[in-house]
Design a protein around this ligand. Structure first.
Ligand code: GTP
Ligand code: MG
Length: 351
């Protein structure tokens, strides 16, 4: 009886998750408006740098976008002699201020110089638009493509889990790197890590470890000293890779919360989608708080897939991690108590 009722709950809850996520996807109209904005901005930037392209990355490009999410744009300049990012940010800021209706905020001296843009809500655009333009951020374009490939291998389960976690983490207010919690990018990596390295049998293959079809030279695989190679022939992979894991999206999500509330070793572990579970020690990522420094880093460790010496969760503070883990436990508790109706569980989760 208990087994049957658990099965029934998982089935209902899976259906609820699909229905919930579908209504949060961006409309085709929204996507079209964003593409128009990208083209317009690209045209303007070309009046400053003729050989430039403006590409979208982040959620608008990786298949994990929710309605009204920000646009992340990256400007690539193909000519040899180019302006510095700081100069570009200043010039572009002036130009956009003169020529467009965007609110413009150039940040030329940020760690990664960007121009921030926003449009106020209007009748055809009920939530306005928020957009960041960065320069030469080629690694971000590549990690966007990696995430997109993972999403495409098993869209029904992977995209549903990721999109749900993004909404959940925003509603539970644990998606603000500036306030000591984790970025969306960080949550996506936690999901992929779980599906590749924790689940057995795995739901996803490790795209950075699938053997290449033909030998590749080092120039083709490295960017700024980072190995950016991964298996990206998704058509082929979809023919060859068939996960023997048949768990439903609800079962996976329940297990995800359980794993991150009790099993993951936060004090010594590093989640790496490239290499599996690593040790903080071996990466030299010991907590600076332990060394008596007031700065908090390395409380939670998630290795970037390409920039392997970079901790994606570096902004997570002690309190932030405490809150995040508390939320994982809360979610786990709600789901294991299996309320009468799955829809009630979902509403409670995202309260
Ligand atoms: P929403 O904006 O919440 O919809 O999510 P998103 O999917 O756009 O994620 P987020 O804004 O966190 O990140 C956007 C993109 O920026 C990611 O897909 C990465 O390419 C890049 N990015 C974000 N944070 C980091 C980081 O800490 N390190 C690196 N290397 N790239 C990052
Ligand atoms: Mg974004």
């Amino acid at each position: 009886r208990r087994h049957a009722s658990r099965q029934k709950f998982a089935q209902d809850f899976s259906q609820c998750l699909y229905d919930f996520v579908i209504q949060l996807l961006p409309t085709t109209e929204e996507l079209a408006v964003k593409e128009d904005v990208r083209k317009l901005l690209e045209r303007l930037i070309r009046t400053i740098e003729l050989d430039s392209r403006l590409l979208s990355f982040g959620s608008t490009a990786n298949g994990f976008s929710l309605r009204n999410s920000d646009m992340d744009l990256c400007c690539l300049i193909d000519s040899e002699e180019r302006l510095s990012a700081t100069d570009l940010v200043n010039m572009l800021g002036d130009l956009l201020e003169r020529e467009t209706k965007f609110h413009v905020k150039p940040l030329p001296h940020a760690r990664i110089p960007i121009v921030k843009l926003s449009l106020d809500p209007a009748p055809g655009l009920p939530f306005g638009i928020a957009c960041d333009i960065g320069f030469e951020n080629r690694l971000a374009l590549e990690n966007t493509r990696l995430l997109m490939c993972y999403a495409m291998i098993d869209p029904a389960r992977v995209r549903t889990m990721v999109l749900f976690l993004k909404v959940w983490s925003k509603r539970r207010k644990i998606n603000s790197p500036y306030k000591g919690t984790l970025s969306s990018y960080g949550y996506v990596l936690l999901v992929i890590y779980f599906l590749v390295h924790v689940k057995s049998p795995p739901v996803l293959p490790n795209l950075q470890q699938v053997p290449p079809l033909r030998p590749i030279s080092k120039e083709d695989t490295h960017l700024n000293g980072h190995n950016i190679w991964f298996f990206d022939d998704i058509e082929l992979l979809r023919q060859r890779w068939k996960s023997s894991n048949t768990e439903s999206v609800a079962e996976l999500l329940i297990d995800f919360f359980k794993y991150y509330s009790r099993d993951f070793n936060y004090s010594s572990g590093v989640a790496s989608i490239r290499a599996g579970l690593l040790k903080k020690d071996s990466k030299g990522w010991v907590s600076e708080a332990e060394k008596g420094s007031p700065r908090e880093r390395n409380r939670l460790c998630i290795e970037d897939p390409f920039e392997t010496d970079f901790n994606v969760a570096r902004c997570v503070t002690r309190d932030g991690l405490y809150t995040i883990r508390g939320e994982f436990m809360r979610a786990s508790r709600i789901l294991s108590s299996r309320p009468e109706r799955a829809i009630v569980a979902l509403a409670q989760l995202c309260e």
